[in-house]
Design a protein around this ligand. Structure first.
Ligand code: SAH
Length: 253
């Protein structure tokens, strides 16, 4: 899978993509991440990529020409998404969608944003990583690179770990524990030490349900609340959806 990133801070993205999981995936040929410097096509002595906004106002705007020229020169894989707070909200469902595509590209804005002709004539869409304003699209590109990259088949060591993690089926993940079994007087839930894999799976599912209901009413409503048989599942572990939210789910083991 090929992912191209267009930016005026290529080192930032390049360094990120060279480290850890992504770096390994690149070296093994699973991921082809290409970072392009928008400045390298600038022709004037100062290698300008920004200018003042028509109509006045504060700040600078990324010029359209270096972006058009870069796209023509490198022909990045489509769809080409501009990053910006006004775009479609990036989430796990979209990460999965992109991970099963052949590739895509990300255009990082800076300053006050990008000349609108790039939005209207060149890119295929806009992606946002949340309702806040960053100083540039690079961090957003890195978020998307990592969230998508880890889902590309073969990238994560344990292929099943993507299946039951948060958001995979509209639920948050169950709580995780590791050794030691008792730490500072705090014991891990007994069921996890039982060796009864069926019961462990049911406990984890029950925990996911309670955590999602109490912490993320939006996800809970989207899945339609409790489904058939799930009330009995909760009862098996003495759990209900009533009572004090948030902590109750973690305290019951
Ligand atoms: N003036 C613009 C914000 C520009 S921020 C506005 O009010 O909408 C500069 C750049 O940071 C943007 O061009 C975009 O590429 C990036 N950026 C800022 N917030 C972002 C977000 N929430 N998601 C993705 N990219 C973002």
């Amino acid at each position: 899978m090929r992912i191209d990133v267009l930016t005026i801070f290529p080192d930032l993205v390049e360094q990120f993509a060279a480290a850890s999981l992504l770096g390994k995936a690149r070296r093994s040929g699973l991921l082809d991440v290409r970072v392009h410097d928008l400045r390298s096509v600038a022709t004037d002595p100062h290698r300008s990529v920004d200018d003042t906004p028509f109509g006045g106002g504060a700040g600078m705007v990324l010029m359209a020409e270096p972006i058009f020229a870069t796209v023509e020169a490198v022909e990045p894989p489509r769809p080409l998404f501009a990053l910006g707070p006004g775009g479609r909200r990036f989430d796990q469902a979209l990460a999965r969608e992109l991970a099963s595509s052949g590739g895509f590209s990300l255009l990082c804005g800076r300053y006050e944003g990008i000349d609108h002709r790039v939005h209207s004539e060149l890119v295929d869409g806009e992606l946002s990583i949340g309702d806040y304003v960053l100083a540039g699209g690079e961090v957003a590109a890195m978020v998307i690179l990592e969230a998508v990259g880890r889902l590309v088949p073969g990238v994560m060591g344990n292929a099943t770990s993507a299946e039951d993690e948060s958001f995979s089926d509209g639920l948050l993940e169950y709580p995780q524990y590791t050794r030691p079994a008792t730490l500072r007087g705090l014991s891990v839930p007994e069921v996890l030490l039982s060796g009864d894999h069926g019961r462990i799976a049911r406990w984890r599912r029950a925990q996911s349900l309670v955590r999602t209901a109490s912490r993320r009413p939006d996800l809970w409503a989207a899945r339609g609340g409790l489904l058939a048989g799930e009330e009995r599942l909760l009862a098996e572990f003495g759990l209900t959806l009533e009572g004090p939210p948030a902590r109750s789910a973690d305290d019951v083991g």
